[in-house]
Design a protein around this ligand. Structure first.
Ligand SMILES: [Zn+2]
Length: 171
């Protein structure tokens, strides 16, 4: 197997970024569902507001392709299975490219600036730091993860230029 940094790192970066996006979507959906459930529990059952929340909940459920009502235990297993599926998918995709998968903890990878090391919570698509560093947030997270692999779990800037992302649709 070839090693990670030598062959076109920008290619695997975009691959990782895509998967982070997918992962975030799953997480976001689950969070929204939980919020709706919380709101519904405060409403009177079958009231107008309850129905409104219920409709939104059903919509989200249909989007996430989950089946009908399942036990809490089952739901938890399913949500974790999703993440496992993404990992499996990523391993398979990378293997086809001859790239090894290194597992690193993603904690703080989105918050930390690789240039000055400041931690900052970001909102929106771009990560901007007061030191002048800016990057697309997915690429930024992926680059920080790669940095953790290359520099023994430290987050610092990478020794190569990162390509700008190209979007399939203009949003
Ligand atoms: Zn900075």
């Amino acid at each position: 197997m070839r090693k990670l940094p030598k062959e076109r790192p920008e290619k695997c970066l975009t691959e990782i970024a895509k998967n982070i996006r997918l992962w975030n979507l799953v997480e976001k959906n689950n969070k929204k569902l939980a919020e709706l459930q919380r709101k519904m529990s405060k409403c009177q059952k079958y009231s107008r507001q309850w129905k409104r929340y219920n409709r939104a909940k059903q919509y989200l459920l249909s989007k996430s392709k989950r089946k009908k009502k399942r036990s809490r235990c089952h739901n938890q297993r399913m949500s974790q299975w999703q993440v496992g599926k993404v990992k499996k998918y990523l391993t398979y995709k990378l293997k086809a490219e001859g790239i090894m998968l290194h597992k690193r903890e993603e904690r703080y990878t989105l918050q930390t600036c690789p240039v000055c090391g400041a931690k900052k919570n970001v909102r929106g698509r771009m990560y901007c730091c007061s030191c002048g560093y800016t990057q697309h947030r997915d690429i930024h997270g992926a680059a920080n993860l790669l940095s953790k692999v290359l520099y023994e779990n430290r987050i610092q800037s990478l020794p190569f230029e990162i390509q700008k992302p190209t979007y399939l649709r203009i949003a």
